[in-house]
Design a protein around this ligand. Structure first.
Ligand SMILES: [Zn+2]
Length: 1192
């Protein structure tokens, strides 16, 4: 697709989504375009757009005023003034906008669909258009109230409680959370009665009045103005139901204020007593305006846009605004029928059936085009990354394809791409899908990407505070209640629970995470609580018995367990204690004659069938009943642990979770009140408190240190405290930023401990952080707006969130930051006090890192709303990449270990990070060669043996012997060390580029000679014997050598090198840096990570040359002898060309650095390429041409 089509107006919207376009907002914000191709779901979007547009342009303001007038008896003007005068000013009028946006976007659409569908039905029954409009309004209105009630409640509550003490920080979310935690989900539906009545009466009259104007009064004659006029009259007319609205607001107001809501009649009576009928019509003026406004948007605009009902056919049709275009019939859908909505075929039942079918066809079609096209390797890689990947990943957040479905969809594309990328189609899937870190091709897999998208959105939802995230929490809580287990369902084995909901994203996440050893933790998950310590959830007990009896005659079938669960839900019991009275099972509950009386929310459940009840009795009897309705245990009540905060500092510190004490550091356990006296004073007086700190990570260990100075004058250290600790430094999840932030967190924990035990958390002090890391300073500066600013998937989000939480414990502090230039302590330089503190912290952190303190596990903070653990390790950065590594890495790891014979430990000594860095820099075409060489995947006997059976494997190469004729079998990496290889005698030349690299990167001397010696010996097929280096040699170098001897030196040439080489060079660069004169630095490319990448690049170069020579002989039908002859000719030609005199021109001097030596060790093809380039350059720059072109 050309890029210009993205801005074209007439492009088919659905096509965009199919091809992975994400410009959703652009097209949904222009509703008129969508009418031309309308369906029910599009109608929903359009309704949403209309409603939201109406709100943003004034609807919300009017609702705010109306709400206040009704709830407080003020006049509209007074109410408006009051609202604006509160903190927040004019923007208060838009309070609750997010909550109304959600409501608006859902209900606008629902109204349109329900309304139009009903109208069509009524018309078909032979009624007049007016009656149809009335009925359409009623049905549409009731459908809406289901959505409107919770949002309306939040809205009213926010408005009434605004600026009351204790409610200053209320948001739609905090309120919803509060209500759900106190009352359960049902709490959100207080007032649903009046809401439904109001909505029904509201819209029916509004539609009716508008329709009357339009038809009977024939206002439509007047065109657009007539339509708007009908809308206004409709809106005003619909205000007769204001009393209902008044009652709804009052009822929800009382609920928000914590007053028991009265009945509908109760409110009417009360209001009539207060002020007669007019009291019930309070707020009618803003309400009328609002009604008019909404009517214009919801009733008139759709008519103008052309939602059209054909009265004869009784079908819903859409007439595009352009009357010349044909009407379109709205499709009726079955529950499993997927209707394409924003590019994904969603079915009401959650089934993926239609989406699967469509994706399968789409990929097969794409694969067909790739297979028949004539594309280069480079283009094949491009198609994978910029066409196939985005198109296929796009719907995955909404689908729950099984692994088998994923495979079915992607297989044709994998089979089409591999040959175009230069691989054999039989390449092991471990390599095809494996991560590039281990030398895999890293083709995307649907199953991995699908799980990644689901986990991604889960983390985002849990960590942010949007209505969407609230909805997610409610869904998870409802799921938990439905499953009926005692601990969080994600911690249970899903296969033990036969009644999991089908077609559910939550079920999908549960099954997949369990299958792949992924766990999700959250301090915000809702889990039911029992007041007894030895209680058991009823379903836990039943599942326990079912497992124990599996395979016996008395087993409980899956149906029996599922039936028991429906009865459990009907009875509204969760724990055993819920059905125990005086130590015995309550017989009435057991026999399903009575439900438990509770305010807790349970899913709606009909009275169970006789079969279900008998299953229930059987399961409960098996799990809990001993003798005559006894339960065999005495339930013991939990002791309530009082929330007394210790006033003694040490007592308080000891009462903290282990990770808090650990991050504060061991020193904190010796601080007395006297030690911290100065800090207490500073906090009491609201003075500046200065905080220095630093972090360090090396060799898998991290550490941090901090210093708190109770004043601004940092030359005075009086009363300051200093501490440090070791932190986890696992390279899979640690960053240096993280350790730096740990020191900020440690200081904050310490300050809070001191403040809370002295009773001064209300301090107005300024905490001034003085650090040398700008990113950690940026983050500390943003703690106040953390929850709105931070990306939920940001690196080290957890530490950052915890810092924000601790800062919130000090409501009145100011956080400031100031950058300190990082310093090396070289002893003789005069340094500023701030630099001195910085150096101290660096040194203290180092000290802890090098100490013998036990390295802690990654912490799980109380603020952590979502933590994902892969194989027990929390992911704190690069989530998608780590997930791919976790899901696909293991298979490739096993494959490599199988081929090399390595143990897990040996595998882990390889510098895979460096290999990955290298692979990322290689051009796609060349990457194919490296991958093939690395995995020994070329024309070898191994492959022949593997595919001899398959019919489509055609090979001219029938021998399994080495093509050079050495007589040995052509096995795996034999090509590297075959002494009959045409370049076997050119070892010195082959090493020339590597040597040049050593020189350029100032590689440690001893390492240079060891590497050259070992590589040479390998290429010359010598026996390698263990080498004992001199006593004075760095032991790390000895370790590197020993490790590589075990890994193998042919593996070294393939890029699988010990991590220790990098470590040795790291030391070398530190040594070089220390010898530099003051204020000067090593050149930027002197970095150990760059060195290890270059080492791989240059050693792989040698291997690739040999690999290509091998292939040239194997694939062309010539003998090794002929090849050697041709290659010798080419070598002579090169030497001759280089010896010739040539114009003194930069084009030549540029080519010369490719030294003669390294040029002469190349395979034949590359020599020929070089000869051609050189000859062409010379011809172009020949003297006659130079005079013609370059002198003008
Ligand atoms: Zn050979």
């Amino acid at each position: 697709m050309s890029s210009s089509s993205y801005i074209s107006n007439d492009v088919n919207v659905d096509k965009w989504y199919d091809q992975g376009c994400d410009e959703l907002l652009k097209c949904s914000s222009s509703p008129s375009k969508q009418v031309q191709n309308c369906s029910i779901l599009k109608n929903i979007i359009r309704g949403a757009v209309l409603r939201v547009a109406s709100d943003l342009s004034g609807g919300t303001v009017l609702e705010n005023i109306k709400c206040r007038v009704t709830a407080t008896s003020q006049s509209p003007i007074q109410a408006c003034k009051d609202i604006i005068e509160q903190p927040g000013g004019i923007w208060n009028l838009w309070t609750g906008t997010p909550s109304r946006m959600i409501e608006g976007s859902l209900m606008g659409g629902i109204f349109l669909v329900a309304n139009q569908a009903t109208k069509a039905q009524i018309l078909r029954m032979g009624a007049s258009p007016n009656l149809a409009a009335l009925c359409g309004g009623i049905v549409g209105g009731v459908a809406q109230s289901v959505i409107m009630t919770p949002t309306g409640l939040l809205f009213t509550s926010l408005n009434v409680n605004k600026s009351k003490p204790g409610h200053e920080n209320d948001t739609a979310i905090s309120l919803a959370k509060d209500i759900v935690s106190k009352q359960g989900v049902q709490g959100l539906f207080v007032g649903i009665g009046p809401m439904a009545v109001r909505q029904a009466s509201n819209w029916s009259s509004r539609s009716l009045f508008t329709e009357l104007c339009r038809t009977n009064l024939q206002l439509s004659r007047f065109g657009l103005m007539g339509e708007i006029g009908s809308g206004i009259i409709g809106g005003l007319g619909s205000c007769w139901n204001t009393p209902i609205e008044t009652v709804r607001v009052l009822m929800q107001r009382d609920y928000s204020l914590g007053v028991e809501p009265k009945t509908f009649g109760g409110y009417v009576e009360e209001e009539m007593k207060k002020g007669g009928v007019p009291a019930l019509f309070r707020g009618v003026t803003p309400r009328a305006c609002q009604a008019v406004w909404q009517t214009v948007f919801m009733v008139v605009v759709p008519n103008l846009l052309g939602v059209y009902i054909d009265e004869n056919e009784a079908q819903i049709e859409l007439q595009p605004h352009n009357l010349l275009l044909a009407k379109e019939v709205i499709k009726r859908l079955g529950p499993h029928e997927g209707e394409k909505y924003l590019g994904v075929r969603n079915a009401i039942s959650g089934s993926n059936r239609d989406e699967f079918k469509a994706r399968k066809e789409q990929v097969a079609d794409m694969a067909g085009r790739v297979a028949t096209s004539n594309i280069t390797r480079q283009q094949a890689y491009m198609i994978h990354s910029i066409q196939y990947k985005p198109a296929i990943v796009y719907p995955l957040q909404h689908t729950t394809f099984t692994d088998k479905q994923c495979k079915t969809i992607q297989t044709p594309m994998v089979n089409a791409l591999l040959p175009k990328m230069g691989f054999n189609r039989h390449m092991p899937r471990a390599v095809v899908f494996g991560p590039s870190r281990y030398g895999g091709i890293e083709l995307i897999t649907l199953e991995t990407e699908q799980l990644a998208s689901h986990l991604d959105s889960l983390v985002k939802d849990l960590r942010t505070t949007t209505l969407q995230s609230e909805e997610r929490s409610i869904v998870l809580a409802a799921y938990q209640r439905y499953m009926g287990c005692g601990k969080h369902f994600l911690e249970n084995d899903p296969s033990d629970w036969p009644y999991k909901p089908v077609n559910s994203k939550t079920t999908y996440i549960w099954s997949m995470t369990w299958k792949h050893g992924i766990s999700i933790r959250s301090s915000h998950f809702w889990v039911p609580q029992s007041s007894f310590s030895n209680d058991e959830a009823i379903m836990d007990g039943i599942v326990r018995v079912a497992k124990a009896r599996r395979g016996t005659a008395q087993h409980l079938s899956d149906d029996c367990i599922a039936n028991a669960n429906t009865v459990q839900i009907y009875l509204r019991v969760h724990f055993l204690s819920d059905m125990v009275v005086n130590g015995k099972i309550d017989e009435e509950i057991f026999r399903v004659e009575r439900r438990r009386d509770t305010s807790e929310v349970y899913p709606q459940q009909e009275y169970p069938s006789a079969k279900a009840i008998s299953d229930w009795k059987r399961a409960v009897r098996a799990a809990f009943i001993y003798g005559d309705m006894g339960i065999g245990i005495d339930l013991t009540e939990r002791e309530s642990n009082g929330e007394n905060i210790a006033t003694d500092l040490q007592e308080y510190i000891q009462s903290q979770p282990h990770y808090v004490r650990q991050i504060m550091g061991q020193q904190s356990e010796g601080w007395s009140k006297e030690d911290t006296q100065e800090i207490v004073k500073a906090l009491q007086e609201g003075r500046v408190v200065t905080i220095f700190g630093d972090g360090s990570v090396k060799e898998g260990r991290g550490s941090h240190a901090y210093r708190i100075i109770p004043h601004e004058d940092i030359e005075q250290q009086k009363g300051s405290i200093t501490a440090g600790a070791v932190t986890n430094g696992d390279s899979r999840w640690i960053t240096s930023l993280r350790t730096e932030q740990m020191s900020q967190l440690g200081a904050l924990y310490a300050l809070y401990a001191i403040a809370v035990t002295s009773g001064i958390v209300e301090t107005t002090s300024t905490f001034l952080f003085r650090y040398d890391n700008q990113e950690s300073l940026r983050r500390i500066k943003l703690v106040e707006t953390f929850y709105t600013d931070a990306s939920p998937l940001a690196t080290d989000h957890d530490v950052w969130a915890e810092i924000a939480r601790v800062c919130e414990q000090f409501p009145n502090i100011t956080v400031e930051e100031s950058w300190v230039k990082g310093h090396q302590d070289d002893g003789d330089e005069e340094i500023t006090p701030e630099a001195q503190h910085n150096i101290d912290m660096d040194a203290l952190a180092e000290q802890h890192r090098e100490s013998t303190e036990v390295m802690p596990l990654p912490p799980f903070f109380v603020s952590e709303k979502a933590q994902i653990l892969l194989g027990g390790i929390p992911v704190t950065q690069g989530f998608h990449q780590q997930l791919r590594l976790h899901l696909q890495g293991e298979k490739l790891q096993k494959y490599i270990m199988g081929k090399t014979g390595w143990s897990q430990h040996q595998f882990d000594t390889v510098n895979w990070e460096a290999l990955e860095r290298y692979m990322k820099t290689v051009a796609p075409g060349k990457r194919t060669n490296i991958i093939k060489a690395q995995h020994g995947w070329h024309h070898t006997c191994e492959r022949d043996a593997m595919f001899k059976e398959t019919s489509d494997f055609q090979s001219k190469h029938t021998s399994t012997l080495c093509p050079f004729g050495c007589g040995e079998s052509d096995y795996r990496w034999h090509f590297l060390r075959c002494d009959k290889s045409p370049i076997a005698a050119e070892v010195t030349r082959e090493l020339s580029k590597l040597k040049a690299m050593f020189k350029r990167y100032k590689v440690q001397r001893e390492m240079q000679s060891i590497l050259l010696q070992r590589i040479k010996a390998t290429l010359q097929r010598q026996r390698l014997t263990p080498m004992q280096l001199h006593d004075s040699t760095d032991p790390v170098l000895q370790a590197a050598l020993d490790e590589q001897d075990v890994l193998g030196w042919d593996q070294f040439l393939l890029g699988r090198q010990s991590k220790r080489w990098e470590e040795v060079q790291q030391k070398e660069y530190s040594r070089l840096a220390s010898q530099l004169p003051k204020n000067s630095k090593l050149p930027a490319h002197y970095k150990a990570t760059v060195f290890s990448k270059m080492l791989i690049q240059e050693s792989t170069y040698i291997a690739l040359n040999r690999w290509q020579v091998h292939n040239e002989v194997a694939h062309t039908a010539i003998t090794a002898k002929e090849y050697i002859r041709d290659r010798d000719k080419a070598k002579k030609k090169i030497q001759k060309l280089l010896a010739e005199s040539r114009p003194d021109h930069i084009a030549f001097t540029r080519q010369i650095p490719v030294t003669t030596e390294s040029l002469l060790s190349q395979p034949l093809d590359r020599m020929r390429d070089w000869i051609a380039t050189w000859t062409a350059t010379k011809a172009y720059l020949a003297p006659s041409l130079i005079t013609t072109y370059t002198t003008t």
